[in-house]
Design a binder for this molecule. Structure first.
Ligand code: NAP
Length: 489
């Protein structure tokens, strides 16, 4: 069995206690690279979630009444604890998720950065004084915590998606009940354990673990509770829509970070080497399992063949293997469902006329490994143009001119990220304006940072995480009309 960090507790975390499921049932957490069980965690459900909500509610009074500086001190200590244990956290992340250790290290720093950033933003949660409509009154506006909030996170960034929610929520004075993904609960539990060390009071941050069968019960318990005032969800668009429908019942606030179908456009005036660097990282990072991955690559006709040849050369050099092995730059896919999806999309595209230049098969390493793949001649008739691939498959289409590229890029119900490469300043502003996405990367394939707002438009979601805007969604405005202030006569 793999060596796990000493601070990891393989129980749920409720009200400051490490607890099993009431049923005693447990869930295997697997290393996706080997299929071996790393550890088991409790299969918790509605009852344990309701208990966690009660503990969070009990903690809310004390936590929300602390000064912002006081809360910031705890969050800064939490960030420091993550950084001090970064190597252990990164290894744990690779073990349960599969990404190469180098990428896990980057994710751990990204995750810790949300605690540092929102510790500071919590101190700047300013209100307003508005010029009054009455001579005897003042209008004050304050920003207040919501109360108990729920967080539901996916498996592809098991550390950063937790802190991108918990940090702003707690900085604003809320208390959270978090449900991590079935495949990757360990990073969330490790974060909770380090929070405990850093002085996060009991009940302020709770983790309820469970499997795919329990997820709907946990979600329902959160949404149906009158105490839970917001659900922050990152995951698929289908589940996000369902949660939003369910939240309509008692108007629980939602923010949704959902799926994407990013276009990556290379114009003929681009720096081709830079575009290749960007395409490589944006397509093959995390074996293609990112919501902002280059799902559709559009290359202008005159440079198409040269670009494809060079991308194939780079993809050929990708070392596939266990993420803990040295020099490995692509790990396995998360599970067999993920693998089957990639196989289905590649088969559909090739049957409908796409040309394979590289890969296109399961990798010889077996399990859920898939070959780095490059295909051209991709058309809107192919499913790969419309669905998130979530695999290491570069799907390339050539285009004639700028208008052609913009129309194809926007031909999707999703609107999370879009990328393009150009050195023409007029084109840069035109295309950045025209792309219907929440995020635009110009001459870069790497756009994630805690200081910028992350989120989508259309069916990619509602709300923003990170940045100065990311804390607002975890608060409610209160208008106070202070009257009776007429000057003494
Ligand atoms: P998912 O199947 O929607 O699951 C996401 C989370 O929701 C998991 O914790 C899952 O639990 C839980 N869940 C599933 N059904 C639920 C229900 N009925 N009620 C409450 N919770 C429920 O998505 P995924 O496959 O884990 O993640 C991949 C998706 O996330 C992709 O579409 C990707 O684009 C998106 N994503 C978006 C962003 C962004 O910032 N926009 C970032 C990362 C990922 P179980 O795991 O236990 O089923």
């Amino acid at each position: 069995m793999a060596q796990l960090p000493e601070f990891l507790k393989s129980e749920g975390y409720v009200g400051g206690q490490w607890v099993a499921a009431n049923s005693g049932n447990r869930l295997d957490v697997l290393d996706p690279a080997t299929g071996e069980t790393l550890v088991t965690v409790p299969r918790m459900g509605a009852v344990e979630t309701t208990e966690a909500i009660a503990k969070a509610q009990a903690a809310f009074e004390g936590w929300s009444r602390r000064t912002a500086v006081d809360r910031a001190t705890v969050l800064q200590a939490w960030a420091a604890a993550m950084r001090a244990n970064a190597e252990d956290l990164a290894r744990l992340l690779t073990l349960e998720q599969g990404k190469p250790l180098s990428e896990s290290r980057v994710e751990i720093e990204y995750a810790a950065s949300f605690f540092s950033w929102f510790a500071e933003e919590g101190r700047r949660l300013y209100g307003d004084i508005i010029p009054s409509h009455r001579t005897d009154a003042r209008i004050l506006v304050t920003r207040n915590a919501l109360g108990v909030v729920g967080g539901i996170t996916p498996w592809n960034f098991p550390s950063a998606m937790v802190t991108r929610k918990a940090a702003p929520a707690l900085a604003a004075g809320n208390c959270m009940v978090l449900k991590p993904a079935e495949a990757t609960p360990l990073s969330a539990l490790a974060i909770a354990a380090l929070g405990e060390q850093a002085g996060v009071p009991a009940g302020v941050f709770n983790v309820v673990t469970g499997g795919r069968e329990e997820a709907p019960q946990i979600g329902k318990a959160l949404i149906d509770s009158p105490l839970v005032r917001k659900i922050g969800f990152t995951g698929s668009t289908a589940v996000g829509k369902q949660l939003m429908r369910d939240c309509a019942g008692d108007l629980t606030k939602v923010s949704l970070e959902l799926g994407g179908n990013a276009a990556f456009i290379v114009f003929d005036d681009a720096d081709i080497e830079a575009a290749l660097d960007g395409a490589q990282i944006c397509k093959f990072r995390n074996a293609g399992q990112t919501c902002i991955a280059a799902n559709r690559i559009f290359v202008q006709e005159s440079i198409h063949d040269k670009f494809v040849e060079a991308l194939c050369a780079r993809a050929q050099d990708i070392e596939v293997g266990h993420g803990l092995e040295q020099n490995v730059s692509q790990g396995p896919l998360i599970d067999t469902r993920g693998l089957e999806k990639v196989e289905r999309l590649v088969a559909d595209a090739t049957e409908k006329g796409a040309t394979l230049h590289l890969g296109g098969q399961c990798h010889a390493a077996g399990g859920t490994y898939y070959q780095p793949t490059v295909m051209t001649g991709v058309t809107p008739a192919m499913d790969i143009s419309h669905e998130e691939v979530f695999g290491p498959v570069a799907a390339i289409t050539s285009f004639r001119d700028e208008q052609d590229a913009i129309e194809m890029a926007n031909d999707t119900p999703y609107g999370l990220a879009g990328y393009f490469y150009s050195r023409d300043v007029g084109r840069i502003f035109r295309v950045a304006d025209a792309l219907k996405t929440g995020i635009v990367g110009v001459n870069t394939g790497l756009i994630s940072t805690e200081v910028a707002p992350f989120g989508g438009v259309k069916e990619s979601g509602i709300g923003r995480e990170g940045s100065k805007y990311g804390i607002e969604d975890w608060t409610e405005l209160k208008y106070i009309c202070l009257a009776g202030l007429e000057a003494a006569s």
